[in-house]
Design a protein around this ligand. Sequence first.
Ligand code: KIV
Ligand code: ZN
Length: 515
Amino acid sequence: MARMIRIFDTTLRDGEQSPGASMNVEEKVMIAKQLARLNVDIIEAGFAYSSPGDFEAIRRIAQEVEGPTICSLARARPEDIDRAWEALKGAPKVRIHTFLSSSDIHLKYQFRISREEALKRAVEMVQRARGYVDDVEFSPMDASRSDPNYLYEVLEAVIEAGAGTINIPDTVGYATSQEFGLLIRGIRERVKNSSKTVISVHCHNDLGLAVANSLAAVVEGAGQVECTINGIGERAGNASLEEIAMGLRTRKDFFDADTGIRTEEISKTSRLVSKITGMVVQPNKAIVGANAFAHTSGIHQDGLLKEKSTYEIMKPESIGLVQSKLVMGKLSGRHAFRQRLEELGYRLSEEELNHAFERFKRLADQKKEMYEEDLEVIVSEEIAKIPERYVLKGLHTESGTHKVPTATVELEIGGRLAKQTGTGDGPVDAAYRTIAAITQTKSRLLTYVVKAITGGTDAQGEVSVRMEEGGRTVTGHGADTDIIVASARAYLNALNKLAYWASRNTDPAQKVGLI
Ligand code: KIV
Ligand code: ZN
């Protein structure tokens, strides 16, 4: 029987370290619930000590998400370990993941401590974490650039101290696949007590090798892979979960290993993470890119028509990519709406359901056919809502071949109405300039992306923007059958997020650093 490899998902921790990918608590809880449906083994829900937002997200996820083990990251410091426990306590399956560098480069220049001191601290912090939980993971950061003999020594000591998982990070994405596989083999052969622990790997993608390195490690006996949805993460990102899961599933014959991932949930999870983080998936991205299952060459199409296996190594349905399903229409009632959402895996509170249903009715008036993806957008926006300082009350634009694009915008700001008209290079630009003038924002628009949620000219357009103000970066989303309205909603959503983080005087992106 194939060896089962644990999937440790770090989308909410390392993934969130992607510039501009900060998520609020509701958004994290929503992703965590989807990760549970995907059946990951462990969710690294955040880094409890780093910010009140992370602490709250871990606490909520540990309380509300059933199935996976919930984990918090902690530096090898007493205050971090204690805070991780505070966030996790009371939940049924929890893990503390503590880390300290093992490479001389990090110890000498960054931590400014000796190897002996680092080893002692690692052991003490694993013991401290074991005082709280049975499930402790230790990572020697920058393992792939460490002196192997010192690395073996650290690993043996932390296993002895009670680490049930030792995670080997290729922190800067430096290792080649063969090298990394040999490193894992070396650990298995040279660390005396390695059989008492699970060897995990955590690879970064700086040289585009994160997935290849993780799979090379599996071949050499790694039993856990750390990865993220869509491969998001610090710098060039982490190993992509969907590539690891589908690689192992598709080539089980070669790896003799598999995961418990419900692969049919992959596509939906990828869409959700992309929408919430604002990190657009490149069309040619393996598994989840828009072109991943599109065959255009005539020769390929000819082969496929004769026999699918000629050019198709995975079925689109295996990742949940099915023909968009018509789910409901204008006449569907509230009860049917709730039932359909529950079938899709969403449980809303009465209040959320009322708002979502109102929005559904409005959309159903504009759009004849409603698809699963339309419902996903409504629900994700409802659940992940933040307080709205600026509310769009009205928008009228005029544009055309011989017209100066003009927008009239009406906003409600703190209970008062404000209306203004402005011009721009196009209707979106006119709307954005006018909103900027009304709100007097000092923010900068960094990116603007529009895409159709489903096919057809009556499809909802989904707009994602990334905006920056005073060093804070946020993403905003808006969806509507009118893309100018969707654009205005996305812009206001980002402005509301900036206002929200400013009022709380916290910023999800400005946390305590990892060191
Ligand atoms: O890349 C890395 O080394 C990390 C550690 C905290 C595991 O993210
Ligand atoms: Zn990392």
